[in-house]
Ligand binder design. Structure first.
Ligand code: A3P
Length: 315
């Protein structure tokens, strides 16, 4: 449970005592490290990851802000790169019986729960995910030829997704938290993993500077044209020709409708104890309208304008 703070090493405790800290939305206390706000637990995971993770050239690392399409991206890329081992049409595909989060390890989460976890035991190409900012990535991820696929989501939809997720995940901490204050925290970047803006911009510029290393996709793009996104990812990863029929089968297998109706994603639990259904809510583009008032949406819009102007990014 990454919101609780146990299993900390003495070194992390010492570091934490020197970091700026704030009471935050979703968590009682969070700490600023390398420009981002973290819980103690996730900070511990990030520090261990920075110290121990050795990237290989063949690695594929999926990066997202939380609630930006992580589950979907994990499913799509898992199905794509394993399509010879696990034919997508087969009735016993792992995605039919296993939640995508159990198929693709979450780097800082695994390092928090099992600091000695041996990532070298994963079969090649290793597929992993992280929410770590570009700035804080382990050195070997930057220096190796491993590939990064970054998925970004419309900030208002991401905020609303996190708002509802928080209510399931941290009901006590969020029970009386006013949405106006949460929007303010979101815009100022003061929430776990925040600021959202810097996270997106760092990877956006990295993808422009080094398009062979970082592929930038948006949650909205595959929603409209999932098949094209799959082909773009396949080309970027150099994983060979994917036929039209195969693309269609991957789209179907990984769609919100298919995944969210599976028993494993309705009634299952992750090893951390988290219920898998927490990852499936509405899966819509523009769904923020049912939660945000016009004036709160405007507050976020103004921040989008301010933060992203001149970057070429549009929402
Ligand atoms: P909503 O809360 O807006 O419905 P993450 O996977 O990064 O935690 O993001 C969760 C969001 O992605 C949720 O958004 C969830 O419903 C949506 N989602 C989960 N699986 C999806 C899929 N297969 N296709 C599209 N969206 C999906």
């Amino acid at each position: 449970d990454y919101l609780r703070d146990e299993n900390l090493t003495q070194k992390t405790k010492d570091l934490i005592s020197s970091l700026p800290s704030e009471k935050g939305w979703l968590v009682c206390q969070m700490y600023q490290f390398q420009g981002r706000w973290h819980t103690q637990a996730l900070l511990q995971g990030i520090l261990t990851c920075q110290k121990h993770f050795e990237a290989k050239d063949s690695d594929i690392i999926l990066v997202t802000n939380p609630k930006s399409g992580t589950t979907w991206l994990k499913a799509l890329v898992f199905a794509l790169i394993n399509r010879h081992k696990f034919p997508v049409y087969s009735g016993d595909h792992p995605l039919l019986v296993t939640n995508p989060h159990s198929l693709v390890p979450f780097l800082e989460g695994v390092y928090y729960e099992s600091p000695d976890f041996d990532f070298s035991q994963l079969s090649s190409p290793r597929l992993m995910n992280t929410h770590i900012s570009h700035l804080s990535l382990p050195e070997s991820v930057k220096s190796s030829s491993c590939k990064i696929v970054y998925c970004c989501r419309n900030p208002k939809d991401m905020f609303v997704s996190l708002w509802h997720f928080g209510k399931k995940l941290a009901p006590e901490e969020t029970a009386d938290y006013p949405i106006e204050k949460a929007v303010e925290a979101f815009c100022q970047g003061k929430f776990i993993g925040g600021p959202f803006w810097d996270h997106v911009l760092e990877y956006w510029y990295a993808s422009l500077e080094n398009p062979n290393k970082v592929l930038f996709v948006s949650y909205e793009e595959p929603k409209k044209k999932t098949g094209e996104t799959i082909k773009r990812i396949a080309e970027f990863l150099g994983c060979g020709f994917v036929g039209e029929e195969e693309v269609r089968a991957i789209v179907k297998l990984c769609s919100f409708e298919s995944l969210s109706s599976l028993e494993v994603n309705r009634e299952g639990k992750l090893p951390s104890g988290m219920e898998t259904r927490a990852f499936f809510r509405k899966g819509e583009v523009g769904g923020w309208r049912d939660t945000l008032t016009e004036s709160l949406a405007e507050v976020i819009d103004r921040t989008i304008e301010e933060k992203f102007q001149g970057s070429g990014l549009k929402f």
